[in-house]
Write a protein that binds this ligand. Structure first.
Ligand code: BGC
Length: 770
C-alpha cells in the first residue's frame, strides 16, 4: 500500500516540467494482494432512475431506501457495499473515469453507479480521462479566511464542477485537527480549533451537497499524523476526543449533514478507525447520524469486526489485503457471523443518503465543459481573504507606487504558486512539475506549481516599474539584484504532502537565501508558500512577511493585489506558529525514530501507540496552558488599517456575547474579532468570532451565540456535557495570545446529553456575512 498517489499529469502534455525527466512512476505502487472482483454481468453503470427509485418521492429518504433494499438480492446488496479504485482497477470499464472510486450501479432498480473523486481542494480526478478542474487554495488558507460563506462557495464550486464531470460522491470535508504543526496533510485541513474547523468543514460540505451529490467528511477520527499512518494508534481518551477532534466532526455534521463519513487509517485507542465500535458508535448512536461510513482506501482489516463496529462500505478495495466486503461478507452471512439484517442496514444507509442528497432523483450526466474562468474567480476571492499579513515594519506594505526598481526572487514565482501533494492534488493545465530525484517522495507524488504567476501579476500592477527576477538558485545573483532594487519581494516555499510529515522549515537552502537577501536590502517582503507553520530564522531582518499558503488558481494575482494594496489583507492564522520544537506537546513526532523497512514515502514501522499529551488542549490551548509564547499565535493577522473593539457585554441566559468593532484607520478592511472563554481551571477556548468588513470610521455591533459544548467538559460517567457553575473569563481578542478585553461572567451549571445539538436558528455571527 505504498505511494498510491502517483502519475498525476505524467501523460498530460499541458504540464511543463523544469529539467524534464523520464516520467515513469507507476513502479512505486505496491498493492499487496489485489483480488479481482467479479461483478454480475447484468450490472452495468446505470445512470437511469426507474422502477422503485421513482414514483415514491413523497416518502422520506429512509422509507424509499428501505423499500428498494427489500427488493434487492443478497448479491446486489453486497455489490453496493464495496467498491473499486479505478486508478489501479483491473478490467476497468471504458466509461469509468480514472478517479478514486467507483461502485457499479444496479440498473434494474435504477440505482446509479457511485462515481467518486477526491475533492478536498477541487475535483482531483486523475486527468487522463477528465479535463482538470479548478484548483482551489489549500484548506489551511480557507481556514485563514474564517469565513463560512467562502467555505460554502468553494464547496458549491467543487460540487458543480464534479457534477459537470460526471461524479456524484465527493471525498471531501477533511476536518482533522492540526494536532501537530508538522502534519503532512495539515494543508488539506482547517486548522487546530474544533469550532473553526467544524464550522468551515460543515459549510463546505453543505456547498458541495447543494449540487445534489454526496460529500464525505473525513478522516474519522484522530488521524493526527502521517508518520506511520497505517499502523499508529492515536491514544487519546474519549473525553478529550469529545472535546476536540470529535467535536469538530460533531459541529461539522450538524452544519453540513454529510451523506457519508470516511473512517481513517489509524487506530484509535487500539482499534482501527474502520472497525472501531466505540468511535463509530458515537457517530451513529450518540449523534444519530444516518449516513453511511465509507472506509479510507486501504483502511479495512476485517469483515465481521468491521461490520459489527459500523463500517458500511469498503472503498478502494484494491488497496486492502482482501475484498473483505465481497465474497468474504457473503460467506460471513452464510455462516451466520453477519446477519442479513446487518447487510440490509448497510445498504439502506447508502441508499438513504443517495436519496437524501438528491443523487437518485437528479442523476449526474455525461461529462461537460467547465467554466474555469468562473472557477478561478472563486479561488482568487478565497486567496485574497485568506492570505495572512504577519509582519509589516514601517508600513513597507502596501508597496508605494513610487517604487521604480522591484526585485522578485525565488520559489518559481515566475511560473506559479505551489500546491500540496497526495490524493487532493489538482493539476490544472499549464502547471509546472518540478524535476526531483527519482523515487524521492517529491518525485513519487509530484511537486506542482499552479499556473498563476506572482511575477506576471506584479508586473501588471507596476507597469512603469523595472521588475527584475532572480530564481534564487544563485545567491550572489539574487543579492546583487536585491541591493540595486528599491524593494524586494522574495518567495519561500515548503512543499508538504499526504503520507509524509514535514519539518517546520522552508525547503532546501531557502532560509539561507532569504537571510542573505534581507541582509542586502531590509526593504524585503517575504512571501511564504507553505502547507503549515514554519520557523523564520530571518524574521528580524525582513521588512514584511505574508503567509500565502498554497493559494490555488488565482493565487499569484491575489498575492499581487495584497502587495499593492488593491486588497487589504484580512487572513487570521488558523494554527499556532511555534517558536521552537520544545514548545510542542510532542517535540518529536511519535514513531518518527522507529525503523522502517525502506525509505519509501509510505513505508510503515511496526505498529505503535502515539500519546498526545495535550489531550483536548490542541494548538493554542496547549500554549495557553503551558504559558508558552509562540512565534505567531492562532488567530493572528495584521491589516493595512486598524480596528478597535469595545462594549463587550454578555447575556448569561441566552449565552450571547455582544461587542462593537470599529475601523479606526484610513482604509477599508475586514476584521475578525475573536471571542474566547477561559474556564476557571483550564485553557482558553474559541467560542465564536465576528466577520466585519468596515469602511474607515465605520462601526458595527456583533452578537455571538455561544454553543455551550465549546466551554463544557465531557463527563464520561454521565455520558454528557457539563458546564460547571462558576466564574469564567470572557475575552474579546485579536488572537489567542492577546489579553484583549476581558469580563468575568457567572455561568450556572449546565448539563447536556451527548446527543445535544445547538439550536440551528440561534442568531450568530453568520448573520454578519456578506
Ligand atoms: C486518503 C483519502 C482519499 C483516498 C482516495 C486515501 O489515501 O487518505 O483522503 O480520499 O485515499 O483517494
Amino acid at each position: 500500500m505504498t505511494d498510491q498517489f502517483t502519475c498525476l499529469g505524467d501523460d498530460n502534455n499541458n504540464i511543463s516540467w523544469r529539467k524534464r525527466i523520464n516520467p515513469v512512476m507507476t513502479s512505486a505502487i505496491a498493492l499487496g494482494a489485489i483480488l479481482a472482483v467479479s461483478l454480475p454481468s447484468a450490472v452495468v453503470n446505470a445512470q437511469s432512475t426507474k422502477v422503485s427509485a421513482q414514483g415514491v418521492k413523497a416518502l422520506s429518504p429512509d422509507e424509499r431506501a428501505v423499500r428498494v433494499v427489500a427488493q434487492m438480492t443478497l448479491n446486489e446488496k453486497i455489490q453496493l457495499v464495496h467498491g473499486n479504485y479505478p486508478k489501479v482497477m483491473e478490467n476497468r470499464p471504458a466509461d469509468v473515469p480514472v478517479s478514486a472510486g467507483w461502485v457499479p450501479g444496479i440498473e434494474r432498480l435504477g440505482i446509479p453507479a457511485q462515481r467518486m473523486t477526491d475533492a478536498s481542494l477541487g475535483v482531483a480526478a486523475g486527468h487522463r480521462t477528465i479535463k482538470p478542474a479548478t484548483a482551489l487554495p489549500s484548506g489551511m488558507l480557507l481556514a485563514s479566511t474564517w469565513n463560512p460563506a467562502l467555505a460554502y462557495n468553494s464547496g458549491a464550486l467543487i460540487g458543480k464542477e464534479a457534477r459537470l464531470q460526471g461524479f456524484n460522491i465527493m471525498l471531501a470535508g477533511g476536518v482533522n485537527l492540526a494536532r501537530d504543526p508538522r502534519g503532512g496533510r495539515n494543508f488539506e485541513y482547517l486548522g487546530e480549533d474544533p469550532l473553526l474547523a467544524g464550522t468551515l468543514a460543515g459549510y463546505s460540505v453543505k456547498g458541495i451537497q447543494s449540487n445534489n451529490i454526496v460529500s464525505t467528511m473525513k478522516h474519522y477520527v484522530a488521524h493526527a499524523q502521517e508518520t506511520g499512518r497505517f499502523v499508529v494508534s492515536s491514544d487519546i481518551d474519549e473525553a478529550a476526543l469529545r472535546e476536540s477532534d470529535l467535536l469538530a466532526f460533531q459541529k461539522g455534521i450538524e452544519i453540513g449533514d454529510p451523506g457519508s463519513i470516511m473512517c481513517s487509517y489509524n487506530k484509535i485507542n487500539g482499534d482501527y478507525g474502520c472497525e472501531n465500535a466505540a468511535m463509530l458508535g458515537i457517530l451513529k448512536k450518540d449523534w444519530g447520524w444516518p449516513g453511511w461510513v465509507i472506509s479510507d482506501w486501504g483502511a479495512v482489516h476485517s469483515t465481521v469486526k468491521a461490520v459489527n463496529a459500523g463500517l458500511d462500505q469498503q472503498a478502494g478495495e484494491e488497496l486492502d489485503q482482501h475484498v473483505w466486503y465481497g465474497q468474504m461478507l457473503k460467506d460471513a452471512v452464510a455462516s451466520g457471523a453477519v446477519s442479513v439484517e446487518q447487510v440490509d442496514a448497510m445498504a439502506t444507509r447508502i441508499l438513504r443518503s443517495l436519496y437524501a442528497k438528491g443523487v437518485m432523483d437528479n442523476p449526474v450526466g455525461p461529462p461537460q465543459k467547465l467554466d474555469l474562468k468562473k472557477g478561478k474567480a472563486v479561488a482568487r476571492t478565497s486567496a485574497a481573504q485568506g492570505i495572512v499579513l504577519l509582519k509589516n515594519d514601517k508600513g513597507l506594505l502596501p508597496l508605494a507606487a513610487t517604487a521604480k526598481r522591484i526585485a522578485v526572487i525565488g520559489a518559481h514565482s515566475d511560473v506559479g504558486v505551489l500546491s500540496g501533494g497526495g490524493s487532493s492534488q489538482v493539476v490544472p493545465e499549464g502547471s509546472l512539475r518540478l524535476d526531483t530525484p527519482p523515487n524521492s517522495p517529491e518525485f513519487v507524488a509530484g511537486v506542482y506549481y499552479h499556473p498563476s504567476s506572482p511575477l506576471a501579476a506584479i508586473r501588471k500592477l507596476a507597469p512603469s516599474a523595472d521588475v527584475g527576477y532572480a530564481s534564487g538558485e544563485d545567491v550572489a545573483a539574487a543579492t546583487a539584484l536585491a541591493s540595486k532594487s528599491d524593494v524586494v519581494i522574495i518567495f519561500g516555499s515548503q512543499w508538504t504532502t499526504e503520507a509524509l510529515d514535514s519539518p517546520l522549515s522552508l525547503d532546501g537552502e531557502q532560509d539561507k537565501l532569504i537571510d542573505a537577501v534581507t541582509g542586502a536590502n531590509p526593504k524585503t517582503v517575504v512571501v511564504l508558500e507553505t502547507g503549515g507553520p514554519v520557523f523564520m530564522p530571518w524574521l528580524d531582518k525582513a521588512g514584511a512577511v505574508l503567509e500565502a499558503w498554497y493559494s490555488g488558481a488565482g493565487g499569484g494575482e491575489a498575492i499581487a493585489d495584497i502587495l499593492f494594496g488593491k486588497i487589504n489583507p484580512s487572513g487570521r492564522l488558523p494554527v499556532t506558529f511555534p517558536a521552537s520544537l520544545s514548545q510542542l506537546p510532542n517535540p518529536e513526532i511519535p514513531g518518527s525514530r522507529l525503523p522502517r523497512p525502506n525509505e519509501a514515502r509510505d513505508s510503515q514501522p511496526e505498529p505503535f501507540g502515539a500519546a498526545y499529551p495535550e489531550g483536548s488542549n490542541v494548538g493554542y490551548r496547549w500554549f495557553d496552558k503551558t504559558d508558552a509564547k509562540p512565534l505567531f499565535a492562532f488567530g493572528y493577522g495584521l491589516s493595512y488599517t486598524s480596528f478597535q473593539h469595545a462594549d463587550l457585554a454578555f447575556d448569561a441566559k441566552s449565552l450571547t456575547a455582544r461587542f462593537k468593532v470599529t475601523n479606526s484607520g484610513g482604509m477599508a478592511g475586514r476584521d475578525t474579532p475573536q471571542l474566547y472563554v477561559k474556564p476557571p481551571k483550564g485553557a482558553r477556548r474559541l467560542v465564536g468570532w465576528g466577520i466585519a468588513p468596515l469602511k474607515p470610521g465605520e462601526s458595527r455591533s456583533i452578537s455571538v451565540a455561544i454553543d455551550p459544548r465549546f466551554i463544557a467538559r465531557y463527563e464520561l460517567a454521565e455520558k454528557g456535557w457539563l458546564v460547571e457553575r462558576g466564574q469564567y473569563d470572557l475575552i474579546l481578542a485579536k488572537n489567542a495570545a492577546d489579553p484583549g478585553i476581558q469580563v468575568t461572567v457567572e455561568l450556572p451549571e449546565m448539563r447536556m446529553p451527548a446527543s445535544w445539538r445547538a439550536d440551528p436558528n440561534a442568531k450568530s455571527w453568520f448573520a454578519q456575512l456578506d
